[in-house]
Ligand binder design. Sequence first.
Ligand code: M6R
Length: 622
Amino acid sequence: MLRALEGIIRETVFMCGIVGCIGDRRATPILVESLKHLEYRGYDSAGIATLNGAEIDVTKIEGKICDLETIINETDNACVGIGHTRWATHGVPSSTNAHPHVDCTGSIAVVHNGIIENFQALKEELTSKGHIFCSETDTEVLAHLCEEYYNGDLEQAVREALLRVEGSYAIAVISDNEPDIIIAARKDSPLIVGLGAGENFLASDIPAIRKYTNKIIYINDEEIVRITRDSVVVSTLQGVKVEKTVTIADGSIIDAERGGYEHFMLKEIHEQPKALRETMEDRLYELEGSIDFKELRSLEDEIKGIESISIIACGTSYHAGLLGKYILEDLLRIPVRVEYSSEFRYNNVLSGQKSLAICISQSGETADTLAAMNEAKSQGYLTLAITNVVGSTITRKADEILLTKSGIEIGVAATKTFTAQILILYMFGVYLARLKKLTDVETSRNIITSMKSVPGLIESLLDNISTIEKNASRIGETDCCYFIGRGLNYPIALEGALKMKEISYIKAEGFPAGELKHGPLALITADTPVIALVPEGKTYYKMLGNIKEVKARNAYVIAIANASDDEIVKYVDSVIRIPDVDELFSPMLAAVVLQLIAYYAAKYKGAEIDQPRNLAKSVTVE
Ligand code: M6R
């Protein structure tokens, strides 16, 4: 029974961002500012706890950080504090369930990102000892466990509490009995510490505290850290001291401004040409027909011997992987499987000898993908991560990494990171085909030439979006729509549908066009617009046949077709043009069109585009 309950609770998990600071400055503005950078991890409730020496002051609210700002105590001069932004998969977000959570006396406060899997058993045990619980969260057991074990040493209490816990956590704990320390710890959820002069910080990731310091310590699993104004001491849960290296965070303070755009998503769609150019920079050698990934040099022999590939990812990254399969199988003539991370790890995974697992995650923090990568490693796969975030957990766990250079992506809907993932998979295909001597210089040179043209073509597409806006408004008026494509454009149809449902809440599905007649055609009526991806290519005429099928059922059909295609107008109700491009790269242009259609449909409906309901940018729980 208890196990069953824990199973249910595992579904009722929280995925969150945590922060903390200790120094001589007022903590509240620092915590609030830091939390704003973590809203990508969840934004359904938020809270802070500050310590003014005498007692802990907790402020929390259902809603976003901007809502929290409206209720914080402006006269609070505390210089020590912790904070939290939350995302719940199920259950009603509420101020009671918001973090921080406190013990019975309000003397210990805890923020937590992760899942305490055995919380039900612990809660029953603690309740029988007289502890009073206020929330429905798993996290609250941590506060009561610390209270139970507190004997004048907060670090020791946290240590003992964590030894009782099964699951994942990044936590920060304060106590009014020891007002000059913050204790933090992690297992399977990210945690970093930032070093300042006479002040120190902690957070789920670097951007949250980058404004205050660039000196970073990465905390590893089952490490506990004692933070004061002047010191940071790390040890294992068993109490063994750990020497840590200080890393200097790259780059300048992250510019998270919308730069004149109404939404981050629109800004990020427009940033695609730049993201693609930067991802290609210093890696393409057009004349030689080769791609140089310097980061892969030490593994070159192993990579060359690869006989099969598994691509593992979630959501949009999975769609990039599906496209990768087409391209890699075509260039490498070896089997490529694509699997959802959440499925892969629970399958009876085959041995990965001479196999490469390409794990794609823009954030590098997606729990399912990290767990799947661990599983792949344990089965002997060589692991290669494709990610956009330097220093993310995946970069520290994979055998090697390939970075997309899209710059930070704030909108929950992935856009510029998607096209960069596709690009890097194409690049990897050419790289490996040349390494394995499967293509000649001329063939790969031609691919590289087309590849280099893509950013410019996206620019010209972005210069004229009036037809896209017009069609998007029409879709904004409907309840559901369908996306169809074949071959390379089938994954783009899936991605178009995901974008649409994610930000506009319009029911949307993507299908391989050839599958329509095997079931989905039953859904087609005059009220269901169909967006058909029909760029020039080997399935063009097959697509025209499928368009006829949906037209015969009175669907309003919007085609995405090449600029030079004079034929298509005879078959559809509206045409959105993409510049003429090598068939191989039309999916990247079509993807940009579908991002814009979703964006303008959502805008038409007045939806909250950058932070859609129930979602988070980075899914850090399984
Ligand atoms: O950070 P990741 O690439 O691992 O994220 C995977 C998915 O959660 C993500 O792509 C999600 O589907 C996007 N919000 C879609 O726009």
